[in-house]
Design a protein around this ligand. Structure first.
Ligand code: ATP
Ligand code: MG
Length: 181
């Protein structure tokens, strides 16, 4: 009924200005519908990634980035750094009580790492899937850890495990100006 009313008005009017206004009204409705539809099915997220020292040592940065990009995720910020002892301890503070904590800190500071911000649809879960299980012997075929990890500790990559942690981890290593999109 509403559509018929608009169509009739469009048909009978000779004014270009009037047609423009009505067309804009339709465009706005269409855009709103598309936004609701898009937002319901697609969630663009950012996640934080580290290419760990075992992987940089074996010159695997490019191979790992290929897998990330092949999955549809975009590397929107990236830098190669050498983590300090304090940074590694703070970053993995959640594991401070675990028996492997000190070894993990030594490993993460044993060589350069590549820290990255990845963006894409459901990026947090999507990247965890590309990474594979913590223990490479349990990781699915085709995942980064299955193909490249040396063991449960030297497992080549880190990826955030929640929206909250992704935001904290990204802010820990990157300023807004460094995330260029
Ligand atoms: P990450 O946080 O690095 O993405 P993850 O979420 O798969 O890995 P976590 O349980 O958070 O796994 O462990 C953090 C890291 O600690 C692992 O990636 C690995 O490097 C190391 N780690 C975990 N479990 C062990 C273990 N049993 N022995 C030695 N190192 C371990
Ligand atoms: Mg973890």
């Amino acid at each position: 009924m509403k559509v018929c009313f608009f169509t009739n008005l469009l048909y009978t009017s000779r004014s270009n200005e009037f047609i423009k206004i009505i067309s804009l009204k339709f465009a706005k409705t269409k855009a709103t519908f598309c936004n609701i539809f898009w937002g319901y099915f697609m969630t663009i997220q950012r996640t934080f990634s580290i290419i760990k020292p075992d992987a940089t040592r074996r010159n695997l940065t490019g191979a790992i980035n290929s897998k990330i990009e092949a999955s549809g995720l975009r590397i929107i910020a990236q830098k190669r750094i050498h983590m300090s002892d304090r940074e590694a301890r703070e970053f993995y503070a959640i594991h401070a009580e675990r028996p492997f904590y000190n070894d993990l800190v030594s490993f993460m500071t044993s060589g350069p790492v590549v820290v990255q911000v990845l963006e894409g649809q459901n990026a947090i879960t999507a990247y965890r899937e590309v990474m594979g299980s913590t223990n490479p012997s349990e990781a699915a075929d085709g995942t980064i850890r299955k193909e490249f990890a040396e063991g449960i500790e030297a497992n080549s990559v880190h990826g955030s495990d929640s929206i909250e942690n992704a935001a904290i981890e990204i802010a820990y290593f990157f300023t807004n100006e460094e995330i260029v999109g």
